[in-house]
Design a protein around this ligand. Structure first.
Ligand code: 26W
Length: 791
């Protein structure tokens, strides 16, 4: 525990040496830096001790192109158990800790669920004292910043490093050299401490930054060829500049492939060199000490790079290298959408790293040999092949080599086994496993909702639930207790008031905290069906216009979502939602009953305010398309019922907290299977006047996209392209279910009980549970703590 005096002195010292200012002249960001460095300084010994201890035993590595960490300061102070001390110290100095927390830029090194999952996982592993190291890329710009201008999404660069970045340490002496056939670059590790909840172990997230071998070419510069002199440097730095560069053209594809190889190669070299330093050159023991998890296919080229290093540099035979790799790697699949199953053009691979392609052919040959031995015919073998049709299928490589293949929710894993990867499942039934996702209760409850946390702690008598979320079940005995339920709803209201004031500050929009907050926050994608929600709201608008006394509670519909910059249709949906918001606002009658808000630049820190201030969690993906979802769990943990389809983890959420406490509607996977060939959205359009009315609004001038064609494109998606996501098929069922919500909400006690039931049963969605399952069932790692030198 840090003493208050030490904290104060640390802040003053770092203000002096890092920023050259006295406390009285310091800006908030300088105080943020000084405070962060003070804490960092205090944990370094524990951090080094942890690393040393982990180095000696079996370790797991989580390889991920995304780590959506969000802010560090508040979480770290809380997990270290010094939040209140620091708050008091700052108060004594007349500084508001909350303001200092808000100055921190989110580390937005990810896109959505997959990246946030990685962040929850490393935090859980640290909390559980599990020897797990994260490996990723230190993008100098994270996911773009989103603005909304005249209802349209615009993007600009995310400059999260603009104030410097206090929470990582550059490890100059552990640089790796990465070679492409046309360039050689440096991978510089930046280590981020991952601070678990009330444990002295400090885990590591190692993020690689790409730099040129030389800063500039002296001779070119001397020749006054200034641009040429720095071009190699720029080219190198481009590799870790942005997450998912636009890859619609070949140059973008090459850059992405370079990126994947960059962090894969750096991580493999790092792992192998540490193994050699600790255990020598006998690679027969390698898999005893090391296991790596591929977070989707983005790091899968690691497999080939690993084999390459063993064969070419360590003189291990190919057969041995492959069998070591087969013990070393595990693979998690996060999606069944074809667009996300990565395939790389082999000409690109050959151009950038020809040796990797040779190795891939060798691995493919081994696969074919095995299949032939098992009696597969050539036609069947084709579907398994790693290289076919001039592309390398990364998932096939990961499944063939992986020791385990896992989906991220029960339904998702079943779909993988029965449909998407059925051929592989038949070949290797034992490789397939389910690991239902989870979320860390530290950030997603303890930190973002201190009021609800206190409520729980008061009822349970201690804070053990923060580390053992199943203890929330102990709240159940209060399920009919009026006082408890009233307090729960009072907290919800307080969080809604806070959210409303944040929205006022960020969006300049006034919302009524006494209205019902119906929230859909997630990446913008057609399968997630923000469009269905929007069409529903438009219909509601018409119904209120027809009947101003329509019996619904005053409702605020809140959306938050980023559309991928090249994803035109998703951008059309953003504009559509904003046009509905405008239409509603412009109507004196309707605007008294409903309000639509699209919050801009949705990100982890915004999410921390939205989940606690919610009344309804919208999870309405087309059945079978959402692998798991994790936002759904964050709502649940903040005592909010789910309104959703029978998809992903929604199913498990409802199983845990009861159908009667949630709202499940719409076609199920089996229903869609049945109708998929005969589905005719035009029939719904013709037969259902509400549907016709809202769909027509896209093209009859009711709503205006400024002539850019977005709305016509949406119209065509629904009617001419056969509504791939069954929006119209689910429309009426959605409407009925939402009516049920509105009716139920009238009974305040019953509603409070639904909220409460969700909270009580959220325990299994802790990422601590998920990490334990990975540790036991895939990685075979055990918790380990270092011994204090002083003890
Ligand atoms: C390069 C191509 C690419 C990269 C990322 C395609 C798609 C992605 C997604 C953004 C991956 C993703 O975030 N998937 C989500 O993973 C979560 C964690 O398992 C699941 O809960 C979500 O259902 C799934 O959509």
């Amino acid at each position: 525990m840090m003493e208050k005096q030490k904290i104060k002195e640390g802040i003053e010292r770092y203000l002096k040496v890092k920023h050259g200012v006295k406390l009285k002249d310091a800006h908030d960001y300088q105080i943020f830096n000084a405070l962060s460095l003070t804490v960092l300084e205090d944990i370094i010994d524990n951090w080094n001790n942890t690393t040393e201890t982990y180095n000696k035993g079996r370790r797991a590595y989580y390889l991920s192109a995304e780590f959506l960490m969000g802010r560090a300061l508040g979480n770290n102070l809380m997990n270290l158990g010094i939040y209140d001390e620091v708050k008091e110290v700052l108060q004594e100095l007349n500084i508001d800790l909350n303001k200092i927390e808000e100055i921190e830029e989110d580390a937005g090194l990810g896109n959505g669920g997959l990246g946030r999952l990685a962040a929850c996982f490393v935090e859980s592993a640290a909390t559980l004292n599990m020897p797990l190291v994260g490996y990723g890329i230190r993008y100098s710009n994270g996911l773009f910043k989103q603005n909304i201008e005249n209802g349209f999404q615009t993007e600009c660069e995310d400059t999260w490093l603009k104030y410097g970045e206090a929470w990582s340490i550059r490890k100059e002496d552990e640089i790796q050299i990465i070679e492409y056939s046309d360039m050689t670059v440096k991978a510089v590790p930046y280590d981020v401490p991952i601070i678990g909840y009330k444990t002295k172990n400090i885990n590591t997230l190692r993020l690689w930054q790409c730099e040129a071998l030389r800063e500039f070419d002296f001779n070119l510069f001397n020749n006054q060829q200034y641009i040429e002199a720095v071009s190699a440097r720029n080219k190198a730095e481009d590799i870790s500049r942005v997450l998912y560069p636009n890859d619609t053209a070949e140059a973008g594809k090459i850059l992405r492939l370079r990126q994947q190889y960059f962090f894969s190669s750096a991580s493999m070299k790092d792992i192998i060199s540490k193994y050699k330093a600790n255990f020598g050159n006998d690679f027969s023991q390698f898999a005893k000490y090391n296991v790596a998890q591929l977070n989707d296919t983005h790091p899968t080229i690691s497999i080939l790079e690993f084999i390459r290093i063993l064969v070419d540099e360590e003189k291990v035979s190919f057969d041995n290298a492959l069998s070591i790799a087969k013990e070393f790697f595990g693979y998690t699949n996060h999606t069944i959408l074809a667009e996300a199953l990565e395939k790389w053009d082999i000409r690109l691979i050959e151009r950038l790293f020809p040796r990797i392609l040779q190795i891939a052919y060798q691995v493919d040959y081994e696969l074919m040999k095995e299949l032939r031995q098992k009696g597969y015919d050539e036609g069947a073998i084709w579907n398994f092949k790693i290289i076919a049709n001039n592309v390398m299928r990364m998932a096939n490589l990961a499944i063939f080599v992986g020791r385990a293949v896992n989906g991220v929710a029960e339904l998702h894993t079943e779909i993988l086994k029965k449909i998407e990867l059925n051929n592989w499942y038949k070949l290797y039934p034992n490789k397939f496993q389910n690991k239902t996702n989870g979320i860390t209760p530290r950030r997603w409850l303890r930190l973002c909702n201190s009021e609800l946390s206190k409520f729980i702690t008061d009822l349970l008598g201690n804070e053990d639930w923060v580390k053992n979320l199943e203890l929330l079940k102990g709240l159940k005995k209060y399920k009919d207790d009026d006082e408890v339920l009233k307090n729960l709803m009072k907290i919800k209201h307080e969080k809604k008031v806070q959210l409303a004031s944040y929205i006022k500050q960020e969006e300049g929009i006034e919302i009524d905290p006494d209205s019902f907050f119906d929230i859909q926050i997630k990446r913008l994608h057609e399968y997630k069906r923000q469009l269905l929600n929007a069409l529903y709201i438009l219909d509601l608008y018409y119904r209120i216009k027809e009947n101003p006394n329509l019996d619904i509670p005053k409702t605020t519909f809140i959306f938050g979502a980023k559309a991928f910059p090249g994803y035109k249709r998703a951008k059309g949906i953003v504009k559509f939602i904003n046009e509905i918001a405008r239409l509603v606002d412009s109507d004196e009658v309707v605007s008294k009953k409903i309000k639509v808000v699209f919050v801009h630049n949705y990100r982890v820190s915004y999410a921390q305010k939205l989940f606690p201030g919610s009344d309804l969690s919208k999870q309405i993906s087309t059945a079978g398309k959402e692998a798991s979802g994790t936002g759904n769990m964050k709502f649940m943990l903040n005592a909010t019922p789910t309104f959703g389809t029978y998809d992903g983890a929604n199913i498990e959420i409802v199983k845990a907290s009861g159908e009667e406490n949630n709202y499940i509607f719409g076609l199920r996977v089996e229903d869609i299977e049945k109708i998929k060939h005969s589905y005719n959205p035009k029939w719904y359009y013709r037969e259902n006047p509400s549907i016709k009315r809202v769909v027509d609004a896209l093209i009859n001038g009711t709503l205006n996209d400024g002539g850019c064609g977005y709305f016509e494109d949406l119209y065509n998606a629904l009617l001419e392209e056969r509504d791939q996501y069954y929006v119209l098929a689910d429309f009426e069922l959605f409407k009925k279910e939402e009516e049920k919500v509105f009716k139920d909400y009238k009974d305040k006690k019953k509603w409070a009980q639904k909220c409460f039931a969700n909270l009580c049963n959220a325990g299994i969605f802790s990422s601590d549970r998920t990490i334990k399952q990975y540790a036991d069932e895939i990685w075979d790692i055990k918790p380990i703590t270092f011994k204090d030198a002083s003890i």
